[in-house]
Design a protein around this ligand. Structure first.
Ligand code: CUA
Length: 327
C-alpha cells in the first residue's frame, strides 16, 4: 500500500496494463473531443456574436462531406472502444482451465475465504504470484462486490447464486480489497488485503494454516451428515439422481429442458430443489435453504465436482467408449 495519495492503483496482475491501456485510450479520445467542442463553442460565440440589434443570420447549406466526416470518425472510434472492451471483457469473464480455485463468501461486513486445502481466512486473501486464481464468489445476505483495484478485477457477490472472477498476480505485495456495492451501515469497513506471495512462500503459508480438512473432505462429511447419501447413491437404486460425473454434464429435465450442470445448477438444486427436476425422478427433495451456509454449500459443490463416473477406471478388455454422449 502506498503512503502517498496515488491517482492510480498499482498494476499488479496480468491484465492490469491492458485494462489501463483501454482506459487511457477512452480518456484520451473523450478529452480530445471535450476540449475541441468546448473550444469551438467559445470561439464561435465570440466570432459570430450579434454586433447590431438588427443582425440576421446567414442561410447555411448542408455539406455532405462534413456530415460524413463527423459521422464516420466517431462511429469508427466508438467501434474500436466496443470491440477492444468486448475482447477484454471476454478475457476477464473466462477463467483459464488451469486456475486454482478459492472460495470467497461476502457477509455483512466481512469477506470469508476458504482455500481448497481447507485453510480459511477473513478479510485477507493469500495467493501465489504467476498462477491463475479463480474466485468462486457467494453472498450470505445482500449484494456485495469483491474489488481488487491493483488487479483491475471486480465482481458482484449476489445472494442466491455464485459468480466467478479470476486473476493472475504478477507482483509480490499487499493490495487493497474493497466492497464496491453499498451493503449497509458498515459497507465502507468491508475491506481487506490481498497478499501476493512467491509460490514457495505461499506453500509455506498454506502448510502453517490450521485446517479442519480440505474443502472436498468437508463437503464429503456434510454429504453424509445431511443425509444426501441416502437418496443420491452411487448406483441408480437411489431416489435421487446419481451424482457421479454430473458436474459439467448436460442434464435432461422433466419439463423437456436440457441444462448444463455447472456450479449454479448444483447450488440451486441444493437450495431450491424444486426449480429443476431431473427426468425420471420425483420432486421429493427438501430444500436446504437455511440449513446449509454459503460456505458449506461451496464445500458440498467442491465434493460433488470430484465425483467421477466409475467408467473412467481402466478395466481390462473393456470397450474404450463409455455410454453414448457420456461425460
Ligand atoms: Cu459489502 Cu458493501
Amino acid at each position: 500500500m502506498q503512503s502517498s495519495f496515488p491517482l492510480f492503483p498499482e498494476a499488479a496482475s496480468s491484465i492490469s496494463s491492458d485494462v489501463d491501456l483501454l482506459y487511457f485510450f477512452i480518456l484520451a479520445v473523450s478529452s480530445f473531443f471535450a476540449i475541441l467542442v468546448s473550444a469551438a463553442v467559445v470561439c464561435f460565440a465570440i466570432k459570430y456574436r450579434r454586433r447590431h440589434p438588427d443582425d440576421v443570420g446567414q442561410d447555411i447549406h448542408i455539406s455532405i462531406v462534413l456530415e460524413l466526416v463527423w459521422t464516420i470518425i466517431p462511429f469508427v472510434l466508438a467501434m474500436v472502444m466496443f470491440f477492444w472492451g468486448a475482447d477484454l471483457y471476454f478475457r476477464l469473464a473466462r477463467p483459464p482451465a488451469d486456475s486454482m480455485e478459492v472460495f470467497v463468501v461476502g457477509k455483512q461486513w466481512m469477506w470469508k475465504v476458504q482455500h481448497p486445502e481447507g485453510v480459511r481466512e477473513i478479510n485477507e486473501l493469500h495467493v501465489p504470484i504467476n498462477r491463475n486464481v479463480r474466485i468462486t464468489l457467494g453472498s450470505e445476505d445482500v449484494l456485495h462486490d469483491y474489488y481488487i483495484p491493483a488487479f483491475r478485477v471486480k465482481m458482484d457477490a449476489v445472494p442466491g447464486k455464485l459468480t466467478t472472477m479470476w486473476f493472475k498476480a504478477t507482483k509480490v505485495g499487499t493490495y487493497q480489497i474493497f466492497c464496491a456495492e453499498y451493503c449497509g451501515t458498515q459497507h465502507s469497513g468491508m475491506i481487506g488485503q490481498v497478499i501476493a506471495m512467491e509460490e514457495h512462500d505461499y506453500e509455506a503459508w498454506l502448510a502453517g494454516g490450521r485446517t479442519t480438512g480440505t474443502a472436498v473432505e468437508n463437503g464429503e462429511r456434510l454429504f453424509t451428515q445431511l443425509a444426501c447419501i441416502t437418496c443420491h447413491k452411487t448406483d441408480t437404486s437411489g431416489r435421487g439422481p446419481v451424482l457421479a460425473g454430473v458436474f459439467g454434464s448436460s442434464v435432461q429435465l422433466m419439463d423437456g429442458r436440457k441444462v448444463v450442470a455447472d456450479e449454479n445448477y448444483l447450488r440451486e438444486s441444493i437450495m431450491n430443489p424444486q426449480a429443476k427436476i431431473v427426468l425420471g425422478y420425483q420432486p421429493i427433495m427438501p430444500t436446504f435453504q437455511g440449513t446449509v451456509s454459503e460456505e458449506n454449500l461451496l464445500q458440498l459443490i467442491a465434493y460433488i465436482k470430484t465425483l467421477k463416473t466409475p467408467a473412467a477406471t481402466p478395466a481390462a478388455g473393456a470397450p474404450a467408449a463409455g455410454q453414448p454422449g457420456g461425460q
